[in-house]
Design a protein around this ligand. Structure first.
Ligand code: CA
Ligand code: CA
Ligand code: CA
Length: 381
């Protein structure tokens, strides 16, 4: 069952500092550079390590929990979210109109998936898996000099290694919904997915790992990032890392039945111009009972119940959660970014939100009152 408890500790003795000016060369092992703007400080008195004018602010390294989807009891025969013919008792056309969108493009954008990592050998994902051209696999050398050894198909931002492989099906499922090409199809079946592992063995991530992951994604050239985790405490460093305007962030609203307008759920509730927060809907165009919602802080819904996609060890499976809904929007954003590259993240967001299929009774649930429609978002307007 979905958990309703969300406590949010921080990593003891760890802080994140936003730099007011670039840090001079230093050899202090307590300070790790996370990105151009942020450092992780492993010291319980972080301010003592800097001059006052060196840092803008210091915040705890807050932790975030991966959203937990539910496995479906019956595996659906088809991907109703892409094209709903009423199969398995659904409503005809309660879908994102993927085949119609593919007449315009099947996508070329690089999409980062900050998640559990994936099965990097899955036959449905191989074709569209990120390949770091500057890196030679398995030679134990950081050939492209980006600081990570053998990062050929992605990154483990938690362990700081070049291996994003995982036997956890969650990230694999999300990546497949974005860009699978095989037995199942993603929303953008010729886009590229960059898997970045962000969780520890207990499904926690933290602000430093997220900033590290986003810095890696940015350098790799990702234009879209998909996120499926949350927590209750505002963290300025995560908010400011998301706010960098070169990437569009697609964030799952959460599976706690909350109104996020009243009980904020971060990063979904950061309310940034380059971020979309996603609730889950079902094959009948109803908002899923488990889905968080909020007309002010959740923008739209997308298919997130009984979603068939890729899972570990080359398998397929059906899951329900806002973690399944957000990748539908990330895939659609990859299509929109392919056709309208010059619009940028804020423009891509506008095209997606202005072209939802509005549903009766949804106005008090999500800001647009509607469900994602990829084909409409691609039309010249
Ligand atoms: Ca349709
Ligand atoms: Ca490397
Ligand atoms: Ca290498």
């Amino acid at each position: 069952m979905f958990s309703s408890a969300q406590n949010q500790p921080s990593r003891p003795g760890q802080y994140i500092a936003r730099l007011a000016k670039p840090l001079a060369a230093q050899n202090d092992s307590r300070i790790e550079k996370l990105s151009d703007d942020f450092v992780l400080v492993n010291d319980s008195n972080p301010h003592a390590l800097f001059d006052a004018e060196q840092v803008d602010y210091v915040v705890p390294n807050h932790m975030y929990r991966r959203h937990r989807p539910q496995e479906s009891e019956n595996i659906p025969r088809a991907q109703w979210g892409l094209h709903n013919t009423g199969q398995d008792g659904g409503k005809v056309d309660a879908d994102i109109d993927a085949p119609e969108a593919w007449r315009t493009t099947t996508g070329k954008t690089l999409v980062a998936v900050l998640d559990t990592g994936i099965d990097t050998t899955h036959p449905d994902l191989l074709k569209n898996l990120y390949r770091n051209e500057g890196e030679v696999a398995g030679d134990g050398v950081d050939n492209d000099g980006n600081g990570i050894i053998d990062d050929v198909h992605g990154y483990d931002a938690a362990m700081k290694t070049g291996n994003p492989w995982s036997d956890d099906p969650h990230g694999c499922h999300c990546a497949g919904t974005i860009a699978a090409s095989g037995e199942v199809l993603g929303v953008a079946p010729t886009a590229t997915v960059l898997p970045i592992k962000i969780y520890d063995d207990e499904d926690w991530t933290d602000a430093a790992t997220i900033i590290r992951a986003l810095s890696y994604a940015r350098k790799a050239g990702a234009k879209i990032a998909s996120h499926s985790y949350g927590g209750l405490i505002f963290n300025a460093a995560v908010r400011d890392a998301f706010a960098q305007p070169d990437m569009l962030h697609i964030v799952a609203a959460g599976n706690y039945r909350h109104n996020n307008d009243e009980k904020m759920n971060y990063p979904s509730s950061y309310n940034l111009p380059n971020m979309i927060s996603v609730a889950a809907s079902d094959r009948n165009d109803d908002i899923a009972s488990f889905s968080n919602y909020g007309p002010k802080t959740v923008h739209l819904a997308a298919p997130g119940v009984d979603i068939l996609s890729t899972t570990s060890y080359g398998n397929h499976g059906s899951w329900s959660g806002t973690s399944m809904a957000a990748p539908h929007v990330a895939g659609a954003a990859a299509l929109v970014a392919t056709v309208y590259p010059d619009d940028g993240p804020v423009g891509w967001k506008t095209r997606i939100l202005d072209n939802v299929d509005v549903q009766p009774g949804w106005q008090d649930r999500v800001g647009t009152g509607g469900r994602l429609n990829a084909a409409e978002a691609l039309k010249p307007k």
